[in-house]
Write a protein that binds this ligand. Sequence first.
Ligand SMILES: *Cc1c(COP(=O)(O)O)cnc(C)c1O
Length: 381
Amino acid sequence: MTDTAPQPIPFLDLKAQQARIAADLRGRLDRVLGHCQFILGPEVTELEQELARFCGARHCIGVSSGTDAIQIALMGAGIGAGDAVFLPAFTYTATAEVPLVLGATPVFVDVDPRTFQIDPAHLEARIEAVKAAGRLRPRALIGVDLFGQPADWPALRAIAARHGLFTLDDLAQSFGATLHGKPLGTQAEATATSFFPSKPLGAYGDGGAMFTDSDELAALYRSLRTHGEGTTRYEVLRTGMNGRLDSLQAAVLLAKLTVFPEELAARERIAQVYDSRLGNAVQTPVRVPDSTSAWAIYAILLRDGAAREHVQSVLKSRGVPTAIYYPRPLHKQPAYAGSHDGAGLPVAEDLATRILALPIHPDLTDVQVGRICDAVLEAVG
Ligand SMILES: *Cc1c(COP(=O)(O)O)cnc(C)c1O
């Protein structure tokens, strides 16, 4: 037997996915090239209808990115200077960036050490602390469904209602997940998702969508995504932005939507193999009760930073790529440290030192999943 290095396993395999949908995708792209309505064309309308049906929301509004979806939602709620926007410290930067862009202040909340989702008890404490300090008005909560799993929305809604906060669900990582048997998309007053290419449902460029059951908010978001336009293009009602989705991206997403349910099932199957083979050796993801995950990220916890470094290097030598989401909690980022009030966020800080993401995508073969498990067990053994 020759001792050749094994073929590297891709962290994400968009080429293999493309091969599965090639014919349908080409047909849809050709139709856009035929009609040349490149911005908010018929594919965008069709996608909005399909996505609204998928998650049982009254309205879906296609927008230019997940970040812009968050921005439009916060603009629609009138968030600005002097407002506190509560959000988890352990998330992607975009969640915290938007409040600052609008002149508001992000207030970082710690996360649950088992599920990594925003911690409702700490949220309550943070709201009380902001009220006591009297400098900022508590105005909004951005709950993030991290890594594919849902946040504890029943608890978050109750707290938000008690304190009069606008609720926004940042669903960028978890479109396709369910909570209590229902797809995410209707847990908050507004929901924002992303179609960045590496998300569970990804476009071939930037894209995003918003969901709401409110007719008023839906109309407002449609206006805000097109420069605050009124009933005609030449009537400007409010300050908006260029936040539109383009037809080619919608065509790509419609093609991908045809295989999305089977992709979710494939990711779940892989997660179950990881759980059963690795569960005794490392801390595998703890499931949120009565939910399903979209498995954007499958993250394990190692003993400490040194153990993580070791596992990463052993896996690399075996052709297994890994990634760290997130190496720094947001309140420790130079861009945000200045707006942080100094509260301790020990769970987010601890997770950042020892969390590690394994590949999880629908085109991983059983052999590859087996190789990844073997490599992890070898590294921690
Ligand atoms: C990716 C992501 C976003 C931003 O989405 P873009 O489409 O890249 O702008 C926002 N929030 C979270 C949690 C994300 O993972």
